[in-house]
Design a protein around this ligand. Structure first.
Ligand SMILES: Cc1cc2nc3c(=O)[nH]c(=O)nc-3n(C[C@H](O)[C@H](O)[C@H](O)COP(=O)(O)OP(=O)(O)OC[C@H]3O[C@@H](n4cnc5c(N)ncnc54)[C@H](O)[C@@H]3O)c2cc1C
Length: 392
């Protein structure tokens, strides 16, 4: 019987694991080891913090739907006492655009999956797009998919901190240190060592160290193929007033959305573009804005020709390069090391669903509310990708 669990990493995912472990079984002692509770470098604090139901796999839709429950009813899930919880949730759809026949077919296929899962989405042709969003250039668009509800954006750092605060209120303990070593015997982790000299024994360990997961896995001699890939978020304003935009995912790889009175946007590199592992942060790639982002923005929204860039920040996508989907569940070479990492650009919206799943695995030894087995870390050994066709 599990009595003690250690969670490595206290971002949104680690905090969600701690919260749901304590909710499901208050007799389990939970310690979260996190070197920086302010989350300065954590992806959870550097995210575009948006949520969508427009995935090609039902499981990803369902994970977002659970994330949505927390955003819509934050008091029910995250309040400590009777306090108000404000996650800054703005409910606004995603708009995914496709240009060629293949892209249009992909939207149709995904649409069927999303509708079957109850997601309120519609498909629009170029004319329908013009009628709904007249400020957008859509003549080259073969098909568009628009979310009519249950999508939007929020404050990622506030979500991570609210999850941590709630987990603490339920009895989880936070320990401020780096994990620096593991005691491994006969394929089982017995304890881990921290940078302050503390040694923590446990029955199960959850690796939720985001972009650092590869480095933490190396400490125990296990392959955890999750790397930090820099993504820059650009902040800009537009002199022509526009209504609030959805989060628009353009076929060029550029995305943008409203943020307060202005906008944010960025670019996701394609397969052939350089995308090095673990580059330094706090060095936003400003050339990318002039070369990639602005031309695509001005093409899609003529008013953006006159935009003004007002800021930028960067952060690490925690990328599992095989298929850009998370690794969730026991490591194939170490059954009591549970992975919860490698989410790429959809980890905040899936933090709650994966936290709940990890808690179920620890307590029941099986997935209960959602079957997370497609995210099995056995993919590391088999090389069998779990393909999500709507990666942003
Ligand atoms: C620019 C950008 C845009 C994004 N946009 C979205 C979006 O729109 N929607 C969405 O859902 N997701 C988005 N994401 C992804 C999302 O932010 C991440 O998937 C999510 O925040 C990951 O949370 P996490 O808790 O796993 O990792 P993190 O928040 O990175 O937390 C990991 C923690 O592990 C700790 N750690 C590191 N080393 C050790 C160690 N040795 N010992 C103990 N702890 C350690 C770190 O200090 C860190 O706090 C975006 C990410 C970026 C960078």
């Amino acid at each position: 019987m599990t009595q003690q669990v250690v969670v490595i990493g206290g971002g949104a995912v680690g905090a969600a694991c701690a919260l749901f472990l304590r909710r499901l079984d208050p007799t389990i002692a939970v310690t979260v080891v996190e070197p920086d509770p302010t989350l300065r470098w954590a992806s959870s604090a550097r995210s575009a913090a948006s949520i969508r139901q427009q995935f090609s796999n039902e499981l990803n839709v369902r994970l977002s739907q659970f994330g949505l429950q927390l955003l819509r009813e934050p008091e029910a899930w995250l309040a400590v006492g009777h306090e108000r919880v404000d996650l800054g949730f703005v409910e606004s759809g995603y708009l995914i655009l496709a240009t060629g026949d293949a892209g249009a077919q992909l939207l149709r296929d995904s649409h069927a999956v999303q509708r079957a899962a109850g997601a309120p989405v519609v498909l629009l042709d170029a004319r329908g797009l013009r009628e709904r969003l007249p400020w957008m250039h859509g003549d080259d668009v073969a098909l568009a998919s628009l979310g009519l509800g249950g999508e939007g954006w929020f404050d990622g750092q506030r979500l991570a901190q609210a999850l941590a605060r709630k987990a603490r209120s339920l009895g989880a303990e936070w320990h401020t240190a780096h994990v620096t070593s593991f005691d491994l015997a006969a394929g089982t982790v017995r304890a881990l060592g921290c940078s302050d000299g503390r040694r923590v024994e446990a029955d199960a360990f959850v690796l939720a160290a985001g972009a650092w997961s590869h480095a933490v896995g190396a400490l125990v001699g296990l392959e955890v193929p999750v790397f930090g890939r820099r993504r820059t978020v650009f902040v800009f304003s537009c002199p022509t007033p526009l209504p609030r935009t959805p989060l628009v995912a353009d076929p060029s790889g550029v995305w943008f959305r409203s943020e307060g009175a202005g906008f944010i946007g960025g670019w996701t590199p394609g397969e052939a573009d350089p995308d090095p592992d673990d580059p330094p942060l706090d060095q936003p790639d400003l050339h990318q804005f002039d070369e990639r982002v602005w031309p695509a923005l001005a093409h899609r929204v003529p008013a953006f020709e006159a935009l003004r860039r007002t800021g930028a920040w960067d952060g690490w996508y925690e990328v599992h390069p095989l298929d850009h989907n998370a690794l969730v569940g026991p490591h194939p070479h170490c059954a009591n090391l549970l992975l919860a990492c490698g989410f790429s650009g959809h980890g905040l919206q899936h933090a709650a669903g994966v936290g709940r799943g990890i808690a179920e695995w620890v307590v029941h030894g099986s997935w209960r509310t959602l079957d997370l087995s497609p995210l099995t870390p056995a993919r590391v050994l088999t090389g069998q990708a779990w393909v999500e066709r709507a990666i942003i």
